[in-house]
Unconditional design. Sequence first.
Length: 332
Amino acid sequence: TMADQRNLSLLNLVLFLLLVVFHISTTESVLTSRAKSIQFTFKASRSLQSNLQLFDEFATHPQGSTADIRGSSVLVRAVVNSPGKKRQVSNNLTSIGFRSTCGSTCASADYFVEGFLPFDSFDAASEISDLRYLDVAYRPRTSATFAANEESKAVKADLVRKRYNLNGTGLTFGVVSNSFNLLGNANPELLPTNYSVFYETQNSSCSDLGTSCDEGRAMMELVHDVAPGASAIFASGADGEASFASNILALGNSGCKVIVDDIYYFGEPVFEPGLLERAIKTNLDKGIYHFTAARNNGDLGYYTKFASSGSTLSYQKAGQNLTGIPVHKFED
């Protein structure tokens, strides 16, 4: 009958709408699952390029750091298939808007480059041969606190100055932190008489840092309190590990005899030397001392003798096939 046909049509319409709702909810669930599954590493894909909201879902590191997004670009580490392909991949990325954070002076490892890539260039990046993957570069964290300056007395620098008539004259300190004067209110009276800024972060404002601001200037003021006759040079370490390592080397080449930093990246390797450690070691071999903040994590690390699990692994790194590597047996 006509009534039955209308009821059937209405039922079909309801079923269709239910299918649409199910498809949308399923798609959202899949996207959310995908976002969580690639929380640390992502490959260039259309979904990331076209959906910033989806990107934001996995752009926060579990320990609180966030992806370094500035405007329509994000700081990435572009890993290549082999060391010999780095320059070619870097040039291809530059042609689609990639902006290196440390230019030709980058102290990067042979197998990757770092810089800012526009979101609308992810599609093009996925077509670059020998680009293995893109890795999100999280903002660094600093070891800041708020307290009255008692450092000179705490390290007994006041006694050393008085007893040995020393004040740091002839020494140049290197200071590495997030920024120096983004706030624009530096007071020269609190700073060393001879100070300079070798490299300021490419962040345009304090809010871009995602953490406290101008800690480099505060550190330089502390240096001046401890060694009032010393000179100091600042370089930011907030624009990626490669830029950080490059600036460590640059400070060493600029005459700094002591370098201090209070900045760290969550992606720094644990079981092998990384970019920063190699840069520090290069300076140390030249007689340049480097002191990096351990924060309050002195007893939060993992320390034990190697204990073989009886297993080995094989993998490819930087174009080399590594085989027969013993695996440590971690405690239960």
